[in-house]
Ligand binder design. Structure first.
Ligand SMILES: [Zn+2]
Length: 167
């Protein structure tokens, strides 16, 4: 039930909605969620022992089988999930600290969508954007397209890019 006051700006509405939105905790490497409270308190994933635990709005967060990347406000890769490593044929060690555009680019060649992908990621990395979807492809491969779901995650605040086959 909403208790909306009249005359609030859309920005305030967004902020309030985000604060009441359910958050999902997941591992930045294997994507799995903790089974119980004590696992949820751990900073490092208790399943794979490799990833740091992150949280994201439930509708933006990956499932355990979804490939995803975490990107900071400079569009530099902070984390690559295990499944995304396989999908993009790159190890997390190789990808971290490199620009996301070295690996993923907008699927259509129009510069406007390139800007929108970069903008979406930059906004999400500031925790300012609602979840949004774009179509992208691996930078070195034509004919493969993915839906990418972009949303905020953290801590620290960063952008989450969850990939799904575009069918
Ligand atoms: Zn894990």
């Amino acid at each position: 039930m909403s208790t909306d006051a009249q005359g609030q700006s859309s920005l305030r509405v967004l902020q309030r909605d985000r604060s009441t939105e359910p958050l999902k905790v997941f591992c930045g490497h294997c994507g799995r969620s903790p089974d119980n409270e004590s696992e949820a308190d751990s900073r490092v994933c208790t399943k794979c022992g490799l990833g740091l635990m992150l949280q994201a709005p439930a509708d933006a967060a990956p499932g355990p089988s979804d490939p995803f990347l975490v990107v900071d406000g400079a569009l530099t890769i902070c984390a690559v999930s295990r499944i995304a490593e396989r999908l993009l044929e790159v190890s997390e060690t190789e990808a971290v600290n490199r620009h996301v555009a070295e690996f993923l680019v907008p699927a259509d060649a129009e510069s406007s969508s390139g800007e929108s992908l970069a903008s979406l990621l930059a906004w999400a990395a500031r925790g300012e954007t609602p979840s949004a979807q774009v179509v992208i492809r691996p930078a070195n491969t034509f004919g493969v397209r993915y839906w990418a779901r972009v949303g905020p995650c953290g801590p620290p605040t960063a952008a989450l890019l969850v990939l799904a086959d575009a069918r």
